[in-house]
Design a binder for this molecule. Sequence first.
Ligand code: NAD
Length: 477
Amino acid sequence: MTAPHLNLIAGQWVGADHSTENRNPSDPTDLIGLYASGGAEDVARASAAAASAQAAWFNGGPQVRADVLDRIAAAIDARAVEIGTMLAREEGKILPEAIAETRRAAQIFRFYAGEAVRISGEALASVRPNVDVEILREPLGVVGLITPWNFPIAIPAWKIAPALAYGNAVVFKPADLTPGTAHLLAQIIHQAGCPAGVFNLVMGSGAQVGAALVSDPLISGISFTGSVPTGRGIARAAAETMKKVQLEMGGKNPMVVLDDADLPTAVAACLNGAFFSTGQRCTASSRLIVQAGIHDAFVAELSRQMQALRVGPALAEGSQIGPVASAAQLDSNLRYVALAKDEGCDVIGGQALGGVGYFQAPALFIGADNAMRVAQEEIFGPCAAVIKVDDFDQALAVANDSPFGLSAGICTTSLRHARAFKRGVKAGMVMVNLPTAGVDYHVPFGGTKGSSYGSREQGRHAAEFYTTVKTSYSFAG
Ligand code: NAD
C-alpha cells in the first residue's frame, strides 16, 4: 500500500489522521492512490498560516503575484498530459476533454497574471471643496475555496487564480472524489514559488473540512461550487461569522429548438450540450424544448446520433463518453430513468451498460412535460428531457419555468427570435446556435435564481468577490 498524498499547510506537506482511497470510475479495481483526509484542526492551522502570510503577499506588489501566476500557467501547460491523464482516470472524463480542461486552467492562470497588474480604483472630486476621494480595491484577506468533482482543475483554477491575483491567501478544499488533480495543482503552485501559507490545500470531506472552513473566524469569504443543498447550508452557516459568499450551484438548462433552426446545427448543439462529459456539467442541456414542426425530425436524428456515441473507459482511445463519476451518481441517474418511465415519458437509452466501470447509455426522455420531476430536478447525468411546444412564446415560458437559471440556449435562424430569447430568458448565460455548455474564460460565468448566489466568477468580474473597496478622503488644506 502506497503512502497517502499529503495536505499542504504553511508551506509543508503534512499528513492527516485519516486518508481516503481514490478509485477510477472506469475501473474501480484501479486504486489511484491514498489521499489525506483532514479535519477541523488542519483547517485551523491552514487558515492561521494564510492569515499571517496574506499581508506580505499583497504588499509585495502585483508584479510578484503576476510572475507566480505565470509560472503556474507554464507548469500546468508543460504537464498537461500528465494532469489530464490523472483527471480522466479519477473523474471519468475522456482524455481529450481532460487535457483540454487542463489547458483551460493554464489559460485562466495566465489571464489572472495579467489582471494582477490591472487592479484599478477610482478617483473622484469630493462634494466638499479641497477634498479628494479615492476608491481603492483591496483583497478580502483569507478565502476558503470549495469545489466539486466535475471540473477538477478548471473550477479550482478559476477560484485560486483570481484569489491570488488580487492579493488574497487561500485555503483550498477540493472534492473528495477528485483529490489527485487537486494535489498535482497544489504541487505546481508550491513549486512556482507561492510563499508558504499563501496557498494551502486541505483535502477531506465536506462535513469535516468544508464545514470547518465555513465556520473559521479567520476566513473572510467562501467561494463554493457544488449542489444546491450544500450551497444553501453554506450560506446559512457563513452568516454566523458574517462571511462574504459566492455560490455556483446546479442547473436544469433549457435548449430551445425552433422550427426554423438549422437541423444539423441544433442536433450537434444538443448532442454536445446534453451528453458530452457524461452530462456531468452544471451547464448541460437537460431540457430540450422543441417546436412541433421540427420535433419528429429532430428527435429521430438526435436519438440516432446519441445511440451511436461510444461509451467507454475514459483513457481508451475512441471513447466519446466516459463513465459516470461514482456508483452513487450512477444509482441516482438510473432512478431518474425509471422515474421518467413512471412519469409517462418514452425513454430511449439510459440503461447501465454493465462491465466493471460505472457506464451508462445516454438517454432521451421523449414526451416530457415541464412539470414532471425529470424536467424540474437536476439529474447531473447523460439524460435529457424532450418537451414539445407550439411556438416561440410557449418555448420561452417553458424555458423560464424552472427553479434554476444558469445557462440557456436557442437554435434558430430568426434574428427576431434570437434577440427576444436573449432578452427574455432568465439565465446568467445565453447561447444562440451553440451548446448551453462551453464558455470562455475571460467573461463572467454564473446564473440567476437557484443556480447562483453572490457575484459572478471569471473574467474581470471576479474582482467583485475577491476584493472589497475602501473609500479614502483627503483634505489638501
Ligand atoms: P456537492 O455539493 O456534493 O459538493 C461540492 C463541494 O462541497 C465538495 O467539495 C464537497 O466536499 C463540499 N461539501 C459538501 N458538504 C459540505 C458542507 N456541509 N460544508 C462545506 N462544504 C461541503 O457537489 P458535487 O456533487 O461535488 O458536484 C455536483 C454539483 O455541482 C451539481 O449540482 C452541479 O450542478 C454543481 N456544479 C455547479 C457549477 C456551477 O458553476 N454552477 C459547476 C460545476 C458543478
